[in-house]
Design a protein around this ligand. Sequence first.
Ligand code: PXL
Length: 274
Amino acid sequence: MTVPKITLTIAGNDASGGAGIAADLKTFAEFGTYGIAALTTIATMDPDNNWRHGVTAIDAQVVADQLKTATAGPKISALKTGMLPNVAVINVIADSIKQNNLENIVIDPVMVCKGEDEVLNPENADALRDVLTPLATVVTPNLFEAGQLSGLGIIHDLETMKNAAKAIFDLGAKNVVIKGGKGLIGAKAIDLFYDGTEFTVLETEKIEPAYNHGAGCTFAAAVTAGLAKGLSPKEAVVKAKDFVTEAISSGFQYNQFVGPVFHSGYRLNRQDSI
Ligand code: PXL
């Protein structure tokens, strides 16, 4: 009997399937790990109201109960967090990580959904910074989230990305990867990895049109699965960039409002296995 590597996502559901636990579980499967999920939030998007997002929180006690279920099996090789609705849920997750001595922790500090300009919950941003970031093996903010976590605000260039990565490392994360993605001006999609000593700039050509809903979740899930399989944080991040680039290349228009990545893109486009 072979027990596969177990990977856990603690995140929200997006019923359109691009982001959240759907993205994570599909990505975990592509990496050959056994994905499990604890649901924190139900995100809804209304096609009759310009895809306006709604967020329903799962009760913190129910999140705690799910984590009890999740940790009652084989050792969890790696986990990631995604959309978290409030401070009570964040505290439940931190407690479970500590009590169960969980390792290989990827914190995706989701603060806002693409296209939405409202931060999920202002005190959430503080708890992501103060409670979860110090537990992170790898923290994976996008440009907006890196600006919030570091206190540097809006980030427009690689130099500021580097300063933000240093500031986030100083919060206690062991490794930081800032998902610049297509957010900087220029032809390249740029992500920045920092391990406290060395910066690694990961560059690819921008993909147009970018059907990239769920790209951030997919990237963080790929890092999680890579860590579970024994890759170093840097190796896991390099592989995740490759994986998400193929997922974006295979993205498609879901409706007039959204175009998700296709999480199976790497397997369908590439001859080599992950
Ligand atoms: O991309 C951020 C995100 C994370 N998790 C869920 C989401 C979204 C954005 O839509 O719905 C569940």
